[in-house]
Design a protein around this ligand. Structure first.
Ligand SMILES: C[S@@+](CC[C@H](N)C(=O)[O-])C[C@H]1O[C@@H](n2cnc3c(N)ncnc32)[C@H](O)[C@@H]1O
Length: 291
């Protein structure tokens, strides 16, 4: 048993040393279940066998990384969030821009899987700007980041099966997707608003996407990703997300995720059920610094 535990630790430490990805502070139940699934797929009966496979076929590391992270997503997942985005959050952010005479809008979807959420945000934004006849007036950046490069490659292609688009309204589907056989591809005008880049939320190296250069996000979505981290890791990641957000900026979490107690006071709760928060205007960012 002790030997088995050591081998389990060794697999995680090899993954960390080879890829620099540290899963030691994820929820261990999930990690064990997903590792067992991958082991069964490869025919390994024990951690020892699986270590041998990793040794013989280094490409297995990539498959393991892919299996340890959960990629479930879809377009306009939790529709209500996108309604709030269009009706409340975007109008407020653009009001703020007007007052500050700034024309830059920066959005970050952290833990973006295959890009469904990022493109949904971009479509919602374009729809909003079209209604307000403001298109072309703003310098817009939408980053999608994930720990897994293979996933991001698919996100950049923007091709999805029917299941991924099942919640997309007919008019939106017709306007923003090309039908390719039994698949749907996001149109180039939406793709051009979005860039995908690898970023590990738990890494000490960066607090926000390196390609982002500066943090200063107006809106951050980090949905259904924190839930896989242990509570101390959630707190650390949350602190980084908070620092990357402009004052008055919005943060949207997944339905089962919440702000750590210590940081609750730094945000106004806009919608408890839908996990929408706004960073307070008088927030001093040094309060978020972690040790
Ligand atoms: C369940 S998906 C969430 C997708 C989307 N945000 C949504 O709610 O539909 C979780 C994503 O988080 C990514 N992820 C897991 N650990 C991560 C980390 N340390 N840094 C960045 N992304 C991570 C996974 O690869 C996966 O694509």
């Amino acid at each position: 048993m002790i030997d088995q535990e050591k081998k389990f630790g060794l697999i995680l430490s090899k993954l960390r040393k080879t890829y620099g990805f540290d899963f030691s502070q994820y929820r261990m139940g999930t990690i064990r279940r997903r590792l067992a699934r991958r082991m069964a797929f490869t025919g390994a009966d024990s951690y020892r066998d699986y270590l041998d496979i990793l040794e013989e076929r280094p490409q297995e590391y990539g498959h393991l990384l892919n299996n340890l992270t959960i990629k479930v997503s879809r377009f306009f997942r939790n529709q209500y969030v996108f309604e709030r985005l269009q009706k409340e959050i975007l109008p407020d952010l653009f009001r703020q821009k007007k007052e500050g005479a700034k024309h830059v809008l920066r959005i970050w979807c952290a833990g973006c899987a295959f890009g469904e959420e990022v493109y949904s945000v971009a479509i919602t934004l374009v729809e909003y700007l079209k209604k307000k006849k403001k298109i072309g007036n703003y310098d817009i950046t939408i980053f999608g980041t994930d720990i897994d490069e293979e996933t991001l490659e698919k996100a950049r292609l923007g091709i999805y099966d029917e299941d991924a688009v099942r919640e997309v309204k007919k008019g939106i589907l017709d306007e923003y997707f090309h039908v390719k056989g039994d698949h749907y591809q996001v149109v180039d005008s939406i793709k051009s608003l979005v860039s995908f880049t690898i970023h590990d939320l738990t890494s000490e190296r960066y607090i926000c996407p390196p390609a982002g250069v500066i943090a200063n996000y107006d809106l951050i979505l980090c949905r259904n990703t924190l839930i896989y981290f242990s509570v101390p890791l959630q707190e650390k990641v949350f602190s980084n997300l908070s620092r990357s957000l402009n004052r008055g900026g919005y943060l949207i979490l997944g339905r089962s995720e919440s702000i750590p107690k210590d940081l609750e006071n730094f945000f106004d709760l806009k919608n408890r059920k839908k996990r929408i928060f706004q960073k307070k205007w008088n927030q001093n960012d040094s309060s978020f610094l972690t040790s």
